[in-house]
Design a binder for this molecule. Structure first.
Ligand SMILES: Cc1cc2nc3c(=O)[nH]c(=O)nc-3n(C[C@H](O)[C@H](O)[C@H](O)COP(=O)(O)OP(=O)(O)OC[C@H]3O[C@@H](n4cnc5c(N)ncnc54)[C@H](O)[C@@H]3O)c2cc1C
Length: 380
């Protein structure tokens, strides 16, 4: 079978892949995007995005035409104590992934990317003549590929030297669009997102409103003990007891999956003919699990690297160095290793203390860990 040939193929059309494709298309390189799903597709995700992520997308939240809720407050609960932080301007946003991802992919298409959805990549082979990409819609060849296929990205698994011992976050969420009367009745509770720190500090639950959409969920690291369903049920019981989820409100089923967070030696992020972005590169933030922002930022950087390689022969490995400079190597430094040895009771007391102090909560917990900053504080 003859293969169709392209300069660059982006595998995966989530935020990482669509951002890379959009930037490549603006640079005049007409990338081909292949995604297994047919868009608009559901993506299991709370849909919490930071101002930095929207700035990287050059997306004005006031002009975004689909579901988006801006948040100038957030509540955080630890050991039953609830604390609220307020900002003068929005410090984070809620979007619906099915809409958001489709919007970004269509924008990449409008900029000149060729998008083929419903094309599952089944094999990747990189060699001297280029990269061979086998898909359910036929075979393609390219000078190089951007691996943006999320946690199970075929490029990462073929070329990224993925270790079997990576730390993953396991998360489950339920997203329900509320009937108008329900949304109106719950409106006083749906003005701000709420986070509930798990008692053993292994993760957190969330109550996350997005206009008339309610997303609730829980995520933890190291879910091998099978405790995620118990934590989910405990969260649900607490939300029902407090009236945040009325007893007779039917929620969409919980769904979830695991994904890698940046807490170990990174995957091989780039090689002679490939680079990995977003979840494929394991870039989600360690403590918050935020993966959309890193997918978008790495998509931009990958597009710059691919353009420099195609036009000037600059090796793609420089991309890996930029990612490490931005997100670190993923391995804990001296301080992180010492912190891991602190007894659980002391760690809990330290968390309670920093959450209870307004400035520490604003700058350390919400700012540094969750990336919530007022728009003018956002540095590019
Ligand atoms: C329950 C849960 C809640 C979360 N909440 C948040 C949150 O609120 N905020 C946040 O920032 N992050 C959140 N995350 C993480 C976030 O969803 C991911 O980090 C983010 O989607 C990564 O984007 P991406 O573009 O790298 O990959 P994805 O969005 O996963 O996109 C990958 C794309 O590749 C396609 N693909 C996969 N395999 C193939 C193949 N073989 N061939 C072709 N195409 C393929 C898929 O169809 C998909 O469209 C959450 C994750 C979970 C599980």
């Amino acid at each position: 079978m003859t293969a169709e040939r392209r300069a660059v193929i982006v595998i995966g059309g989530g935020p990482g892949g669509s951002t890379a494709a959009w930037r490549l298309a603006l640079a005049g390189l007409r990338p081909l995007v292949l995604d297994a799903a047919v868009f608009p597709r559901v993506k299991v995700c709370a849909g919490w995005v930071t101002p930095t992520a929207l700035a990287d997308l050059e997306l004005d939240p006031e002009k975004y035409p689909l579901t988006l809720q801006a948040f100038s407050a957030c509540r955080l609960e630890v050991d039953g104590a609830r604390h609220e932080t307020r900002w003068r301007r929005p410090a984070s946003y809620g979007i619906v992934r099915r809409e958001f991802d489709h919007y970004l992919l269509e924008r990449a298409g409008a900029a000149g990317a060729e998008v083929r959805d419903g094309a599952r990549v089944t094999g990747i082979e990189a060699g001297a003549p280029g990269v061979r990409v086998e898909t359910t819609l036929g075979v393609f060849e390219a000078e190089c590929v951007v691996g943006a296929g999320g946690h199970r990205c075929p490029v990462a698994h073929a070329l990224g030297e993925v270790s079997a011992h990576e730390t993953v976050v396991a998360a489950q969420e339920s997203e329900t669009r509320l009937p108008a009367d329900r949304a109106a009745a719950l409106a006083p509770l749906m003005d701000a997102p709420e986070l509930y720190v798990e008692p053993d500090l292994r993760g957190y639950g969330w109550y996350f409103p997005k206009q008339d959409v309610l997303n609730i969920g829980v995520g933890i690291t190291d879910a091998a003990d099978g405790s995620l369903p118990r934590r989910r049920e405990a969260l649900l019981a607490a939300l029902r007891a407090s009236g945040r989820v009325p007893a007779d409100l039917a929620l969409a089923p919980f769904r979830g999956h695991a994904y890698v967070v940046r807490r170990q030696a990174p995957r091989r992020l780039a090689g002679p003919r490939f680079c990995l972005v977003g979840d494929a590169a394991g870039l989600a933030r360690d403590l918050s699990g935020e993966g959309i922002g890193p997918a978008i930022r790495s998509g931009r950087l990958a597009a710059e690297a691919v353009e420099a390689w195609l036009r000037h022969g600059t090796p793609l490995e420089g991309y890996a160095a930029r990612i490490v400079a931005l997100y670190g190597r993923g391995e804990p430094g001296w301080l992180g290793r010492q912190a891991a040895r602190v007894p659980a009771a002391i760690a809990r007391a330290a968390v309670r203390l920093s959450v209870g102090l307004g400035p520490a909560r604003r700058h350390l917990v919400f700012g540094s860990i969750f990336g919530m900053r007022e728009s003018e504080e956002v540095a590019r």
